[in-house]
Design a protein around this ligand. Structure first.
Ligand SMILES: *Cc1c(COP(=O)(O)O)cnc(C)c1O
Length: 360
């Protein structure tokens, strides 16, 4: 068996320890005689798995009691609709558009009400985060929406927007559990888990209780109401049971690593190795304004498409895979999520140095 260094943006690298543990438990989960995949979601055994996962996540993120944690399906993209359907009481919401995912959310919201684009960084290919300290927030906005870490472009909000008292809703798919977060600043924090937490198929929604009501847009399907999932502890219907089990293992792994503060230090150290190299390199360049750089997704280019392609090809052959940039941006992107070991980044940089010397 040989494992590669996987720089995929998602689905992405998971802790090897978690994968080994899951493999050990594959045929017989703790004496149950079956895999978690084969188990009733109404069983006592499974109930313990989902309850423990929630408790560990609450502990890691220090989630206050007046927030619900929901394990749902449909990916982050389904939340683009669920959020307006459940939260747009006045049928008005403000969107800050800092990339493709925020743009998709903004476009989806237009199906349900008046979505205002109150700021954007599209003028410079989403390579920065706009100043959000004094935006014209709509008087009757039900919420202000951001994508906190822009997976494709490699930017991150270092300070949250001033929402002038309005509820903040954030897509944190690609920075979930990468550093400590003050949950009380948000009405809703959500993300697909396949970037930094677990297998595709689970989306986690952390939502303040007063935002969960029966008062949703007419015609909202039962499955798209936060209330039905909250009232049933994410077991209204069959949840993505195996995926939640793996998420639970990742939560335990993060706890063992020292929690979110330790994760942040680990991630800063890794990102610094790569960014420092990009800043000194004569061949490779980062594409993002320095102060807005993501700790998780690092896009870079040589400025020559043929050379980019050559780099990706040679890197792949050397065991550094999924470095090709998003189809809308080109170049390269290294996603260095929690589970990417520091050696992975050190070895990638050594490889980049060698490539630079050979192609000078
Ligand atoms: C990947 C991603 C999405 C889309 O997730 P799906 O689960 O495929 O719907 C949305 N937002 C962000 C920030 C992402 O990185």
């Amino acid at each position: 068996m040989s494992r590669v260094y996987n720089f995929s943006a998602g689905p992405a690298v998971l802790p090897e320890e978690v994968l080994r543990e899951a493999a050990d438990e594959m045929l017989d989960y703790k004496g149950s005689g079956m895999s978690v995949m084969e188990m009733s979601h109404r069983s006592k055994t499974y109930d313990n798995i989902i309850k423990e996962a929630e408790a560990d996540l609450r502990e890691l993120m220090n989630i206050p009691d007046n927030y619900k944690v929901l394990f749902l399906q449909g990916g982050a993209s389904q939340q683009f609709a669920m959020i307006p359907m459940n939260l747009m009481k006045n049928k008005v919401a403000d969107y800050i558009v800092t990339g493709q995912w925020a743009k998709k959310a903004y476009q989806e919201a237009q199906l349900y009400g008046k979505a205002n684009k109150i700021a954007s960084s599209e003028d410079k290919t989403f390579s920065y985060i706009p100043d959000c300290s004094d935006l014209s927030i709509s008087e009757d906005a039900d919420y202000v929406y951001i994508c906190e870490n822009n997976t494709i472009y490699g930017t991150k909000f270092k300070t949250l927007p001033n929402t002038k008292g309005k509820t903040l809703v954030a897509d944190v798919s690609s920075c979930f559990l990468s550093e400590p977060v003050d949950v009380t600043k948000y009405g809703v924090i959500y993300g697909g888990v396949q970037k930094n937490i677990g297998p595709a198929g689970v989306v986690i929604v952390i939502i303040r209780e007063d935002l969960i009501t029966e008062d949703v847009l007419p015609g909202t399907p039962t499955m798209l109401k936060y209330k039905i999932h909250a009232d049933n502890d994410s077991l209204y219907n069959t949840p993505p049971a195996y995926g939640i089990y793996i998420c639970g293992k990742v939560f335990k792994w993060i706890k063992k690593m020292g929690g979110l503060q330790a994760m942040k230090e680990h991630n800063e150290k890794k990102a610094k190795i790569l960014y420092d190299f990009l800043d000194e390199s004569k061949l490779f360049k980062g594409t993002v304004r320095k102060e807005d750089r993501s700790l998780m997704n690092v896009p870079f280019v040589t400025g020559n498409e043929e050379l980019d392609a050559k780099f990706v090809k040679e890197a792949t052959a050397a065991g550094f895979v999924n470095l090709k940039g998003h189809r809308t941006v080109g170049g390269m992107r290294a996603s260095i999520y929690n589970a990417m070991p520091i050696e992975g980044v050190e070895k990638l940089v050594a490889f980049m140095r060698k490539f630079e010397a050979e192609n000078a």
